[in-house]
Design a protein around this ligand. Structure first.
Ligand code: NAD
Ligand code: MG
Ligand code: MG
Length: 366
């Protein structure tokens, strides 16, 4: 396949960082809170949030509730246009919103960002404006080379967008990573801090990092632990029980439903609170059998995955997947929806109306 210049090009070597150069870093993490952010610098500006998906709806609504001047940039007639309007937000076509903004937060899917920057932002954004990201992929892997007059920052919430919204509404916030990639104005960090605070991150903590470290840790976390590792662990446990002849309903409760109760305990008080709450039988089973599931070979495979992220191999694969129309993703979504875990789960959740009543994801609204 021939690379087009600009969008969609993968340089095999991502940007270098201390981590990439193999040096061990021993620096204290700096964590910022609301007291370190000055919301006034942001109140004077007009903000365009491009995209109204998981992150987009959360940023736009949190910014608005924090008193900021925000417009949502979307495709005219796209599915999100009405959702954003119904939330009481001003909506405009992408290029128009970008042209009128001092700060543009790009929250369309990563695989669309390079084309969107090239076609609708690069020629429209104001001189000296700020281009912001919630994930470093396109900068780190050279898919976007921003105009030199732009400040380029990242405010990356460490949680799903729907929780960025629901946690903020509940008075809390989701921790964020902040980074500055370009800083011609010398104001980039101040703006990033204010933006992070305005979406709720300053309540939980905002860690200053680099586009490189955010990208590599984020990809690794979602692949190995949070999304990839977890779903396979649940499926493998469910399959083991059902293939041995146990009831799918029991397997579902055991391997998926109960996970939330366990994770809530870890979220509140770490592994210690979880072990405190479960039986000694469960704790002994956990410490003696857990390392057999995640054994030395699994840890070695995690190291290999991290290497594929750092070398750019994963990024290249993902860019190619999307150029081919995302066949692997589409196939996997169909296969997963047909898995009995998902079908049994839908039926059982239907019997627990309080779950539906407090659902974080409501596809018609967010
Ligand atoms: P998403 O898939 O949930 O939403 C994308 C939105 O973009 C759509 O809802 C639509 O409104 C809009 N859109 C799509 N195509 C468009 C087009 N051609 N023109 C205009 N608008 C278009 O995306 P997301 O998961 O919120 O991801 C956005 C960014 O946030 C990514 O960089 C991602 O890595 C980052 N991020 C996401 C999460 C998360 O929780 N999903 C967490 C941290 C960081
Ligand atoms: Mg998404
Ligand atoms: Mg991610």
């Amino acid at each position: 396949m021939k690379w087009r210049p600009g969008a969609g090009r993968i340089r095999l070597l991502p940007r270098l960082s201390a981590a990439n150069s193999g040096k061990v870093r021993e620096r204290l993490m700096k964590i910022y809170y609301n007291k370190d952010a000055n919301l006034r610098v942001l109140k004077k500006l007009s903000i365009a949030v491009i995209g109204y998906g998981s992150q987009g709806h959360a940023h736009a609504n949190n910014l608005k509730d924090s008193g900021m001047n925000v417009t949502v940039g979307l495709r005219k007639g796209g599915a999100s246009w009405k959702k954003a309007q119904r939330a009481g937000l001003p909506v405009a076509p992408v290029a128009e919103a970008a042209a009128a903004a001092d700060l543009v937060m790009l929250l369309v899917p990563d695989e669309l960002q390079a084309d969107m920057y090239r076609d609708q932002l690069a020629g429209k954004m104001r001189k000296g404006a700020t281009l912001a990201f919630a994930h470093g992929f396109n900068i780190h892997y050279h898919q976007i080379e921003p105009r030199p007059d732009l400040d380029v920052v990242m405010i990356a919430p460490k949680g799903p967008g729907h929780l960025v919204r629901s946690t903020y509404v509940g008075g809390g916030g989701v921790p964020c990573l902040l980074a500055v990639h370009q800083n011609p104005s010398r104001q980039a960090k101040k703006l990033a801090l204010a933006y992070g605070a305005a979406i709720g991150g300053g309540r939980a903590g905002m860690i200053e990092t680099t586009f490189c470290d955010e990208t590599e840790t984020d990809l690794f976390g979602e692949q190995a632990v949070l999304c990839g590792g977890l779903v396979e662990l649940v499926k493998a446990g469910y399959d083991t029980l059902t293939e041995a002849g146990y009831a799918p309903e029991m397997a579902y409760f055991e391997c998926l439903h109960e996970l939330k109760l366990i994770v809530d305990l870890m979220y509140e008080g770490g592994v210690a609170d979880m072990f405190y709450s479960i039986s000694n039988t469960a704790e002994y089973g956990a410490i003696s059998r857990g390392p057999q599931v995640i054994d030395a070979a699994a840890r070695q495979r995690m190291k290999t995955m991290l290497e594929q992220i750092r070398s750019g191999e994963f990024a290249r694969e993902f860019v190619l997947e999307n150029k081919a129309g995302a066949p692997t993703l589409k196939r996997s979504r169909t296969r997963m929806s047909e898995h009995s875990l998902e079908q049994v789960g839908a039926r059982l959740r239907g019997m627990m109306p309080w779950i539906a009543k407090r659902k974080i994801v409501d596809r018609g609204r967010n």
